[in-house]
Every structure is written in C-alpha cells, then in structure tokens.
Design a protein around this ligand. Structure first.
Ligand SMILES: [Zn+2]
Ligand SMILES: [Zn+2]
Length: 444
C-alpha cells in the first residue's frame, strides 16, 4: 500500500510539475512577460505605492542596525500582501518568502540603512532626522524590492520554487550581509541578485560585468606613541607627528612601487589626528585609512605590509605603534565578484526588457566596495547598477553626497528586473531538479 500510494503521489506530482512549468513558461519566459513586469511596475497601483514607501523611508533615515522603523514598515507591507517572513534576522533584518516554499530558492537583496550625513536637498520629503540621510539610495532599494514582491506575489501560482526577499541592515561599513549569512537564514539559497542605484546612469539603463566589479576593502587605525614635551626643546621629546608623517609617505610606496600596475589597488590615509597646541609636541598621534584590492592575495599582501610599515617606521623614530584592522567592529569587505552564468542570465533578462542599447554588460570596475560580497562568498551572486539619473540636474551628484537627488522614474525598472531575474532563474533551474527530490528535501 505504501508503495502504490507513493507512486500515485509521484505521478500526480509530475502532472503538477509539468502543468506548472508550462504555465510558468507561458507567463515568465517570453519577451512580453518581461514587459508585463515592467508595465506592472509602472502602473499607478504599484508605482505610486512604491514611491510613497520610498519617500516615507527617506524622511526617516536610520543608521546601520538601527533600522527599527524601516523594518517595521517593511513587515507591515509584507503582512498586507500576505507574504510570510522571518524576523528578526541580524537585529533588524527581514527575510520574506514568495512561491512554493520548496527549492530551488533564489534570493533578492535590498539594504536598508542610511548615512550620518545632513541632507542639503530642499524638497517636500527631505530627511526629518538631523544629521542622517539616505544618501546612498537604500530607501529606493527597499521600495523596489517591495514592489518586486508585489508583482511576484501576483504571479505566485506560477512560481516554481521560492523567491527569498532579503531586507538587510547595515551595508554602510558594518557588514550586515555577513550577519545575515552567519544567521543561516539563506542556507538553501542557490543564487542571489542585488542592485544599486547609479545617479550617473540614465533612467532605464543598467550596467554590470562578469567577474570583479567592486574591490575588497579593509580599514586600519594605528596609535603611534612617543613622548610629549615642549615644542622648542625637541631633544627632550620623541615626536610622534614626525613618525606618523613618515608612515604616511612610506605607505604610498605600496601601490606605486610594490603592486603590479595592472592589478588595481588603493591605500589611502584619510585620518591623521594629533596635537592641539603650537608649542607642544603631543604624546601620541592616531592615523587611519582604507586599503582596496580585487584579489584576496593582493588584499592580504597590503594588509601585511601596512602593518610592517607602521611598526617598522615607529621603531625607526623611537616610537611605539599599535595597529587595529577593526575586524570585529567593521569587518573588511571581500571583492564583489559576479558569477559568469548569472551574468548571462542578467544580460538576457535586461536586454529583453530594456533593449540592447540600454545594457552595458562590460562596465569598468570600481574601487568602491559592497557587503553584497559576503553573499557571493557562500553562493553564486550577481550585482548591477541601475540608472536613476536626474536629467534636470546640471551637476551630477555622487552617492554619499548631501545633495543626492534620484530620479524616481528609474525605480520601476529595478522592481521589474528583480522580479524577472528571480522568476527566470527559478524557471531555468526548476527544469534541472527532479520533482520528488524537490518535494521532500531542502525546505528552508
Ligand atoms: Zn553607500
Ligand atoms: Zn549603497
């Protein structure tokens, strides 16, 4: 009896599987379906709602791991759409699920945190919190992922597998993605997509590349201790300002003399603090900065040499130095490296939706960094730039500028691309997974 019953279930499931693949194919795989997603995202019902959410979040920016109200807003919208979720993940993070609840699982990620910047744009929805601003567009990222969720929920019966919505805290320096990965919430996810607004790219255009697109980034801070005293009697002091100045100069040689000129790297000393009087040599100086590279090997080499130079130069100048790479508080970010197969999927989806002239598939990499790379360390991942250029602006403002103003007309493209990338990934990978396996294993 048990065997006949299981074979019956198996046959029924095969029918279920076939029917749904056909249904999904008809809705999700041809050009018109991608346009449908874009049409849905541009419809007043989705567009107006998405923009109002973006503006609400823009008015109430919250810094990394403090996104409590943003998280609450996301959960209330997911509740209204009847989308189940896990919370809290990584303090304020929310992980939503659309589809069968079964494999394959594909994730879409939006970061939610703001920056400690005073907004200088005068507009109706200016930040209401002094000294905090969504100057990196993460407000738009959240709104676009919610809109993608709305579109996908509408097609839920056709989704073969599960779309995992990752609303992630603390991208700006605190590595919220690492905390999400460590929580185990994405264990069965086999691919992840993420996007970032690009103020210099026109609306309706995207840019990305296969392989490295953003650098790995690390931080260092060093305290150089000497012996303070009267500035007119240097022979009685050990001057940490001179020692630190030599360190700054010596650190410049790492990129100009030690690195392969074809392997892009950066070492910047961006912090130099010490002394407060014209006639006093201080006891100590602190310096700090960032270093960037595209390979683990180059990154580790820089880190090792920064330490050697600071300790060595301290000794030359009779000082002591303690160096901290801030691994616990602000973990370094690995390089963002786009998976080649997902790149092909992305180009197909984006060209179908936007047209070939709107897709730059070989953008120049940037020395900026993203904690999206933590996902890419544990699964194939793909990250791209989305155009939100404000055509009215004479001067282009960059990300992290207090004058950043994005063109909200770009948001439907992000929402539709999210929805299309997830559904086409599931459709493609559905066909490779045996039905029975799928049914009984790997629930998230
Ligand atoms: Zn940023
Ligand atoms: Zn950002």
């Amino acid at each position: 009896m048990s065997s006949s019953s299981s074979s019956f279930k198996f046959k029924c499931f095969q029918c279920f599987f076939m029917l749904h693949v056909f249904a999904a194919t008809s809705i999700l795989s041809d050009n018109s379906s991608f346009n449908n997603f874009l049409d849905s995202a541009k419809s007043p019902e989705v567009f107006d709602w998405m923009i109002s959410i973006r503006r609400k979040i823009h008015e109430n920016p919250e810094l990394g791991f403090e996104e409590f109200e943003t998280s609450e807003l996301i959960r209330s919208e997911l509740d209204k759409m009847d989308i189940p979720y896990k919370h809290p993940v990584a303090i304020t993070g929310v992980i939503g699920f659309i589809g069968t609840g079964l494999p394959p699982f594909v994730a879409l990620r939006a970061d939610m945190d703001a920056l400690p910047i005073q907004e200088m744009v005068e507009w109706e929805h200016k930040s209401k919190i002094a000294g905090k601003m969504h100057a990196c567009g993460h407000d738009a990222h959240v709104a676009m992922l919610l809109a993608a969720a709305k579109i996908l929920k509408h097609h839920e019966k056709d989704i073969q597998g599960t779309v995992v919505l990752v609303f992630q805290p603390a991208e700006e320096g605190n590595g919220g993605a690492k905390k999400i990965v460590n929580s185990g919430a994405l264990e069965n996810v086999t691919a992840i997509f993420g996007l970032h607004i690009a103020p210099e790219l026109p609306v309706g255009e995207v840019a990305s590349r296969s392989g490295p697109i953003l650098a790995g980034s690390g931080r260092f801070e060093a305290k150089i201790s000497g012996k303070g005293g009267h500035a007119a009697l240097p022979q009685h002091s050990i001057d940490p300002i001179l020692a630190a100045s030599n360190m700054v100069i010596s650190l410049q040689y790492l990129v100009s003399r030690e690195a392969d000129p074809l392997d892009s790297q950066v070492v910047t000393v961006s912090k130099f603090q010490g002394g407060s009087a014209f006639n006093v040599i201080p006891d100590y100086v602190t310096i700090g900065g960032t270093f960037r590279a595209f390979s683990k090997q180059s990154f580790n080499h820089l880190r090792q040499r920064i330490e050697q130079i600071i300790i060595g130069q301290a000794a030359v100048h009779r000082c002591n130095a303690i160096i901290d790479f801030l691994d616990e508080v602000k973990p370094g970010y690995p390089p963002t490296i786009n998976n080649g197969d997902l790149h092909e999927d992305f180009v197909n989806v984006a060209v179908n939706m936007l047209g070939i002239n709107k897709v730059n598939s070989a953008v120049t990499p940037s020395m900026g960094a993203e904690d999206f790379s933590f996902y890419q360390e544990v699964m194939p991942g793909y990250w791209f730039w989305l155009g939100v250029q404000n055509a009215l602006h004479k001067r282009l403002e960059s990300l992290h500028s207090p004058y950043l103003e994005i063109n909200e007309d770009g948001l439907p493209y992000g929402a539709a691309l999210h929805a299309s990338l997830a559904s086409s990934y599931l459709l493609k990978h559905q066909q490779n997974v045996p039905g029975v396996e799928r049914r009984y294993h790997g629930e998230i």
